[in-house]
Design a protein around this ligand. Structure first.
Ligand code: PLP
Length: 406
């Protein structure tokens, strides 16, 4: 079948939940993807912040193949070695005390919500607790996760959702303070908001919320699903701020392509939280998943991935800043490490569509932010190649389309 036929068939078969780009991707190598027509694309999206090592990493692929030949799944009625090893590594990397492996990011969020509610239930002897989340946040598409997602558009069709959720202004401590009641059991946010437009938390906000939580025995949940796993130059973004959450979530690059998520908690939370019968999943933490997570973490440690991010990210920032200076329709760059956004005075979906024609994969975050979440292994030459391709796109697009307003 040719590309058009594949696309036509997909549009007939799959539930129409995505407006996809007209691209049928076939294979990957390093930081490049190839479509079924053999066209090559420089990938600055990494499958939405997933493929930390890019594509075709031999040690990772070999570890998965070995585990497939040994055993893939046994159920959570029994222990398995790869998951015990993976747990040890993620606890060491995060400084948390306990971990539960899930099948996705949204499911990790569900687990985090349940953990917080159970903690408050045990402490107070009754249910009915509330959660404070942030406007413009994104935590996933399941009912619990969408209930705490600060985007009306995602929530409205599915109401009534989980009750007891309030939304504060991100990076506005007073707005959080105003929502706290004696029912509040948790405050949740992304240390760097991803889908909401690449907004890092300010240090003042991060530390201020931590203090509020300590004052009121409220649990701080940090969602590291997009910003975690080395992307900001520390293993988890919150480690840049010198505060620690009570519960955190991870996913995406945790599996580097194998579907896995995790929620982690301190021992203090675990003592009052989930007990046998409270939570479970068939696939979560099976030997195959364990091997994937264990290998990802082992390779990140061995290859000092966070050092590499610290080294390369300032170069990406510098080159993106040059674009902001050069093009009037670009109004700002913001982000942390290899999670960067360029703010455009026009709908950026057109930019990312045009970029494909230049052989560049770059995605969006909201209507006017171009999002850069490349594989963590990129080098300066890849940054230069990306800037060259993107500049061609910007040069080609007529300035009047951008309604210049700088
Ligand atoms: C910050 C954040 N939380 C949660 C999720 C949901 O993860 P998943 O798509 O694996 O369910 C995402 C996905 O983009 C995310 O960026």
């Amino acid at each position: 079948m040719n590309k058009e036929e594949y696309i036509e068939k997909a549009e007939e078969e799959l539930v129409h939940t995505y407006n996809r780009y007209p691209l049928v991707l076939d294979r990957g190598e390093g930081v490049y993807l190839y479509d079924t027509d053999g066209n090559k694309y420089l990938d600055f999206a990494a499958g939405i912040a997933v493929q930390a090592f890019g594509y075709g990493k031999k040690e990772y692929n070999d570890a998965l193949k070995n585990q497939i030949d040994k055993v893939m799944h046994t159920s959570n009625f029994y222990y398995n070695v790869p998951t015990i090893q993976a747990a040890e590594r993620i606890l060491r990397a995060s400084g948390m005390d306990r971990v539960f492996f899930t099948n996705s990011g949204a499911e990790a969020i569900e687990g985090a919500i349940k953990s917080a509610k159970k903690y408050a239930y045990t402490r107070d002897g009754h249910a009915g607790h509330e959660i404070i989340s942030m406007n413009h946040s994104f935590h996933g598409r399941t009912i619990g996760a969408v209930s705490i997602t600060g985007n009306e558009h995602y929530r409205e069709p599915f109401e009534p959702l989980m009750p007891g959720v309030k939304f504060a202004e991100f990076n506005n401590l007073e707005s959080v303070k105003a929502l706290i009641t004696d029912k509040t059991c948790a405050i949740i946010f992304e240390p760097v908001q991803g889908e909401g437009g690449i907004y890092p938390a300010t240090e003042e906000f991060m530390k201020g919320v931590r203090e509020l939580c300590d004052e009121h025995d409220i649990l701080l949940i940090l969602d590291e699903i997009q910003c975690g796993m080395g992307r900001t130059g520390e293993m988890f973004a919150w480690q840049n701020y010198g505060v620690k959450p009570d519960i955190m979530t991870s996913a995406k690059a945790l599996g580097c392509g194998v579907p896995v998520g995790a929620f982690l908690m301190t021992e203090h939370v675990a003592e009052k939280s989930l007990a046998p019968g409270d939570h479970g999943t068939t696939y979560g933490g099976n030997p195959f998943i364990g091997a994937a997570v264990n290998t990802v973490l082992e390779l990140m440690e061995k290859e000092k991935i966070t050092d590499h991010v610290k080294e390369i990210a300032p170069y990406l920032e510098k080159r993106l800043d040059e674009l902001v200076t050069k093009y009037d329709f670009l109004t700002a760059r913001r982000g942390m490490g290899l999670m960067q956004g360029l703010v455009c005075e026009m709908p950026v979906s057109k930019v990312s569509a045009e970029a494909l024609k230049e052989g560049l994969i770059v995605i969006t975050a909201g209507a006017n932010v171009l999002r850069f979440v490349p594989p963590l292994i990129i080098e300066k030459e890849h940054v230069d190649e990306m800037i060259e391709k993107l500049s061609k796109v910007f040069d080609k697009m007529k300035p009047e389309l951008f309604k210049v307003a700088k």
